[in-house]
Design a protein around this ligand. Structure first.
Ligand SMILES: NC(=O)c1ccc[n+]([C@@H]2O[C@H](COP(=O)([O-])OP(=O)(O)OC[C@H]3O[C@@H](n4cnc5c(N)ncnc54)[C@H](O)[C@@H]3O)[C@@H](O)[C@H]2O)c1
Length: 259
């Protein structure tokens, strides 16, 4: 039985993972930015990943109630995007603070405990956008690539302490993520909303594959075919990948210039 902390556990992928860990008989601390959260067999703690004090409280909670932690799932995140000259710097600051620094804070908060334990598993939710970088998504791509880089760095750095690291890189799947979009580039936001809400994949589909990857302590967890295909195309057929990306950009230019 593992002791698991999930951030962004009130919705989407986080909630699907919480449900699976609870069903598997694990002890789960479900956290989210909201004051109240689901009470479905997990303990709920309010944790805003932007807030260092909330992280300290979570570490203390795990120490006092569980005497440690086995799996830290840095999963909370928001969606952003837009053309580089349209998206605002405030939006960049917001997504860096939540999607990148939120993960950094979580890793920093729990690493001393994991080092002392000589065990632990950090699982960071990035995105396929952390591996492949479509146009008009620069802020989201940049922070998710940062999460991939952070995860790889820590997988090496913490290996001598017996601490494993995984990074999850899914393509679009159906959740409430589109509700977090506040961007100035409303045309691009509408496209992102459609891709999330019309995806054939649910959070449950993704959570099943993520869980299997966690069990194997797999570093790179790519839980769906479109993400895997895009990653392989970039690695093994770069000219084709570039053509696909340029086509998307060209369509966006034509749309923007036709008004
Ligand atoms: N849905 C997709 O298409 C998709 C694709 C790739 C990656 N992801 C990533 O998956 C993760 C989970 O997203 P989801 O799709 O389940 O979306 P979701 O909106 O359904 O769930 C995200 C949760 O994070 C919480 N959250 C937001 N800001 C927070 C903060 N500051 N502190 C704590 N919690 C906060 C929200 O309240 C929400 O409960 C995110 O990191 C997202 O970037 C999603």
């Amino acid at each position: 039985m593992s002791r698991v902390l999930v951030t962004g556990g009130a919705s989407g992928l986080g909630a699907a993972l919480v449900a699976r860990f609870v069903a598997g008989g694990h002890q789960v601390l479900c956290t989210d930015v909201a004051v109240d959260g689901p009470g479905d067999g997990a303990t709920y703690l309010q944790l805003d990943v932007r807030n260092a004090a909330d992280w300290s409280t979570a570490v203390e909670w795990c120490e006092q109630n569980w005497g440690g932690l086995d799996i830290l799932m840095n999963n909370a995140g928001i969606a952003t995007g837009g053309r580089i000259d349209v998206e605002t710097l405030d939006e960049w600051d917001r997504v860096v603070d939540i999607n990148l620094m939120g993960v950094v804070r979580g890793c920093r908060a729990f690493t001393p405990m994991f080092k002392r334990q000589r065990s632990g598993h950090i699982v960071n939710t990035a995105s396929a956008a952390g591996l492949v970088h479509p146009p008009m998504m620069s802020s989201y791509n940049t922070v998710k690539a940062g999460v991939v880089a952070l995860s790889e760095t820590l997988s090496h750095e913490l290996h001598p302490y017996g601490v494993a690291v995984s990074v999850v890189c899914p393509s679009f799947f159906r959740t409430n993520l589109a509700d977090s979009i506040r961007g100035a580039d409303t045309a691009m936001s509408a496209t992102a909303r459609q891709l999330i809400e019309k995806s054939p994949r649910s959070a449950d589909d993704i959570a099943d594959v993520v869980l299997a990857g966690i069990k194997k302590k797999q570093f790179l967890i790519i839980p769906d075919r479109p993400a895997l295909l895009a990653w392989r195309t970039k690695r093994f057929a770069r000219p084709l990948y570039n053509r696909q990306m340029r086509k998307i950009a060209e369509r966006a230019r034509a749309r923007a210039e036709s008004g």
